[in-house]
Design a protein around this ligand. Structure first.
Ligand code: FAD
Length: 384
């Protein structure tokens, strides 16, 4: 019996509603970009315009409860919305780290005062948040982090350094992890704090990537005072709250549809363009291989979504999806380089996309870390 992966009548209605919204409100500048090609740099004005439309529609925080101003969509509704956004080439998750990560974390673990102070401002797009987790000596092994927070009266005093902090140079607030008990086992001496980026002693140093973009930063803390009221959860219990935040990150990473759109864009150009090498058999075969992989990526993401919709927590399944989709992103960027080479920079910024794609297999958990998860939790192999 064939498996029906199509929409139910209710899902069809919802998909139509989303399409109509995109049709009416999405800036032409974003849609004509073809989805996923060349990134959104240079179109930030249109992205903001789109963000405001999504917010006005009440869809900016799809997963938040209506009680807190969210849309309280089901997992499948969110997936359909993201699918349609990707299909149209307009960005999803326009609420950034605020909506995706710290908002849901505060809803689950924050005090009433913290919810009152932050949630409304996040929904209205008045504040930008960044994530202060990674440090020079703590990435995959995040619990090795060394930034110190020492209690002093009604404040913690922060000293140390974060790295790879996306958007810190534009951010008003940072949610971060700091070590409060250096004697305790490493997962048990960490506290979750909210830091006002304008506090004296915070220095942000942008890092330039090999694609010549300043997307992430080093952030230094020198005797930065953080009021105790900005602690989320109990002292030394921050690891468990921090991993809740990461679960929100992992469930949103890896858009199979976005990847397929990038492939379609390349194919369209290759068919139409005079300068592409579409007539070479090797290139045609490469397209076919990438197309099959894009279909597999879609099936893997359907699996994750259907588990979530059934109330299960995807584990190695999410790792499989992330690994496969991020590898595919890089393979498509390679294909673009095979087609256009350096000349591509003039046509569709392909060498820029090639350099940007490197980070796909690092951000949100590296490929090796995903493989470790799959080996132990998926295949039941012993830990090394
Ligand atoms: C685009 C981008 C944006 C980012 N944004 C943020 C941000 O906003 N905030 C933030 O806090 N961090 C951010 N990061 C950092 C990211 O979380 C880390 O880069 C990631 O966790 C890997 O850590 P690391 O760079 O320290 O590498 P390491 O952990 O030092 O890894 C180095 C190499 O060793 C391998 N390795 C490590 N451990 C194992 C193991 N147990 N088994 C096998 N191999 C292993 C890794 O796979 C990798 O190849 C961002 C990273 C990127 C690329």
């Amino acid at each position: 019996m064939p498996i029906n992966l199509g929409d139910s009548p209710a899902e069809q209605t919802w998909r139509k509603q989303v399409r109509e919204f995109i049709e009416q409100e999405a800036p032409a500048e974003l849609r004509s970009a073809g989805g996923g090609e060349g990134g959104l740099f240079g179109r930030l004005g249109a992205v903001k315009q789109w963000r405001d439309k999504v917010a006005a529609k009440g869809w900016i925080a799809p997963s938040w409860p209506t009680k807190y101003g969210g849309a309280e969509m089901s997992v499948v509704e969110q997936f359909i919305m993201n699918e349609e956004f990707a299909e149209a080439g307009v960005p999803a998750n326009v609420g950034g780290f605020g909506v995706m990560m710290i908002g849901p974390t505060l809803i689950e673990h924050g005090t009433e005062e913290q919810k009152e102070e932050h949630l409304g401002r996040i929904l209205r797009g008045e504040v930008i948040w960044c994530q202060g987790y990674s440090e020079p000596g703590a990435g995959s092994d995040l619990a090795a982090l060394q930034t110190r927070a020492v209690r002093d009266g009604d404040d913690y005093v922060l000293n140390g350094q974060k790295i790879w902090t996306t958007g810190a140079q534009f951010s008003d607030w940072m949610y971060m992890l700091a070590r409060t008990d250096p004697e305790a086992p490493k997962h048990r001496g960490i506290t979750y704090l909210l830091v006002d980026m304008k506090s004296p002693g915070v220095t942000v140093q942008p890092l330039t990537t090999m694609a010549n973009q300043q997307t992430f930063n080093e952030v230094f803390f020198e005797d930065v005072r953080v009021p105790v009221k900005n602690r989320v959860g109990e002292e030394n219990r921050g690891w468990y709250i921090g991993t809740t935040t990461l679960d929100f990150e992992r469930s949103s990473i890896g858009s199979a549809i976005g990847v397929r759109k990038a492939l379609e864009g390349l194919m369209r150009r290759a068919k139409e363009g005079e300068d592409a090498s579409f007539d070479r058999a090797s290139v045609r075969h490469e397209f076919v291989e990438r197309w099959i992989e894009a279909e597999v990526a879609k099936m893997l993401s359907y699996r994750v979504i259907s588990m979530q919709a059934a109330g299960k927590i995807p584990n190695y399944e999410a790792s499989m999806c992330k690994l496969f989709t991020s590898d595919l992103q890089q393979n498509i960027a390679n294909l673009s380089m095979h087609l256009y080479g350096m000349h591509g920079n003039k046509i569709n910024r392909s060498s820029m996309g090639y350099m940007q794609a490197v980070s796909a297999t690092i951000a949100g958990g590296t490929t090796e870390v995903q493989k470790n998860i799959m080996a132990t939790r998926g295949l039941g192999l012993p830990r090394g």
